[in-house]
Design a protein. Structure first.
Length: 368
């Protein structure tokens, strides 16, 4: 293997690392890179120098290497004779780690495709007319990426997107539609697989009496997750009593953490009466908040009761105990969302689902 090939492999690997939101804090160090590839200093230095010259990273003397800021990203892409057009990311102005991860990955992928990326934030209600006007004002708009949170698109809005003629990707979308316009692609976590993984994991750890907490707004994904949780439990011979399905009528933009705490407090008598040994929460913020309720009630999570949830968040690993979760690959979803706007293969399905991965921590214990 020549030195040039070594440095290019390292450079390509670092580009992939830069897609991870954690790269905003720190990229792998020179020592870590050398150990990972088993190489000398020269190819690592060359890879880092080229990435810095291209504006992807910033090397700070006496501190860690990080990816460059958002403004730097957009300005680099919009230089004369470089930009391949503009894409627009539309998402709720809501504090969410998922949105932060996806935004970082979108920016990274847009830069790799030499595209301008414009961010359009909305409060509570999406004004699609304004979004389309904004898109029409952009130079060579290549498409829209919409993140709707817990809200569905109306029939009128779907018709508007179809009539626009712009490629559209619906990222982390929680709804499905019978008549989806041909220019629209839905990207979403696989809710059914997440449910199956959660129940199967608890079954393998010896649990036979489960409870399910639906602490998020009602969505198609939420319905699928609950239905497949019940189906998988029946197939494995697990008891999931109707009274052990705890649900609350939370609305979009409401706090799922507050909802989970209130729902868990109300459920404590039923949990004790039914002798439940494990609980599945629809979302990890809800599971995290519920741990406070169990602590106040003298119930030890990971010992007296097991907790598992959907979606990984940075705080999940710092909970006490650290939470076992089923994680979705939002970084890959965001990268695909950009690529599909630029070059959508003819055989692309209207709905693309992303399978979960299990992250085992200490909130699930084995029982006899």
């Amino acid at each position: 293997m020549t030195r040039t090939l070594k440095y290019q492999i390292i450079k390509d690997w670092l580009v992939e690392q830069a897609a991870d939101p954690a790269s905003r804090k720190a990229m792998p160090s020179i020592r870590q890179i050398r150990k990972h590839f088993g190489v000398s200093l020269a190819p690592v230095t060359r890879a880092l120098q080229e990435l810095e010259a291209e504006g992807l990273i910033e090397r700070r003397q006496g501190a860690s290497t990080v990816t460059t800021s958002r403004n730097h990203t957009i300005n680099k892409a919009s230089e004369a004779n470089v930009s391949q057009g503009t894409i627009i990311s539309v998402f709720p102005d809501y504090p969410s780690e998922v949105y932060w991860r996806m935004s970082h990955a979108l920016e990274h992928q847009a830069r790799m495709q030499k595209l301008n990326l414009q961010m359009y934030k909305f409060d509570h209600t999406l004004d699609l007319d304004d979004v389309l006007r904004f898109a029409g004002s952009q130079d060579r708009c290549r498409g829209l990426m919409l993140t709707m949170g817990s809200d569905a698109l109306s029939i009128k809005q779907l018709e508007q997107l179809g009539a626009s003629g712009l490629p559209v990707t619906l990222c982390d979308h929680l709804f499905e539609y019978e008549n989806l316009p041909a220019n629209v692609t839905i990207l979403s976590p696989d809710a059914s697989m997440t449910a199956q993984m959660g129940v199967t994991t608890l079954h393998e750890m010896g649990h036979r009496k489960l409870g399910y907490f639906r602490n998020e707004p009602k969505t198609d994904q939420g319905d699928q997750k609950l239905a497949n949780t019940l189906r998988t439990a029946r197939q494995l011979g697990i008891e999931l009593d109707k009274r052990a399905v705890f649900s609350t009528a939370i609305k979009s933009w409401s706090s799922s953490m507050d909802a989970a705490m209130e729902l868990t407090r109300e459920a404590l008598p039923v949990i004790k009466e039914l002798g439940l040994t494990a609980l599945m929460y629809q979302s990890t913020p809800g599971a995290y908040a519920a741990c406070q309720v169990f602590y106040e009630a003298g119930i030890r999570v990971g010992k007296d009761i097991s907790v598992i949830s959907g979606g990984d968040y940075e705080f999940a690993q710092y909970a006490c105990p650290a939470l076992t979760v089923m994680a979705s690959d939002y970084v890959q979803m965001a990268k695909d969302a950009v690529n599909l706007l630029i070059d959508k293969p003819a055989n692309t399905p209207a709905l693309i689902k992303y399978p979960p991965s299990l992250i085992k921590r200490n909130s699930v214990c084995r029982i006899d």
